[in-house]
Design a protein around this ligand. Structure first.
Ligand code: SF4
Length: 105
């Protein structure tokens, strides 16, 4: 598992203290215990579904998804999307099939 620096990382390191990242302070996943956060990086469909269920309750899902869609996070569930789903959406955006507004939040 690559190191993660987001709100559901087991060890949070090196997030910029800029206003643009303040959303992470309200992240639903940040309230989970360390062993529970592993679901965001699980290999099973069950783990993905559990992580997505947490994201569905998260008050900052739109901000998180916007951040994740930049491609900076290359592993795990972010903003309710798996890495494969994020790649697919980015490809569809590049192809002009969907706009950013249609796929954020
Ligand atoms: S949307 Fe999901 S991954 Fe993003 S901050 Fe909320 S709970 Fe965490």
């Amino acid at each position: 598992m690559p190191p993660a620096v987001g709100p559901h990382a087991a060890v949070v390191v090196a997030w910029p203290e800029e206003d643009a990242y303040r959303w992470r302070e309200n992240a639903a996943c940040a309230l989970l215990r360390a062993h529970e956060k592993a679901m965001f990086y699980g290999e099973s469909r069950g783990d993905e579904q559990k992580a997505k269920a947490v994201c569905a309750t998260c008050p900052v899902m739109a901000e998180c998804r916007d951040y994740a869609m930049t491609g900076v996070e290359t592993w795990g569930v972010w903003g309710g999307l798996t890495v494969q789903e994020r790649r697919c959406i980015r490809a569809r955006r590049r192809a002009g099939e969907v706009s950013q507004a249609q796929t954020v939040g």
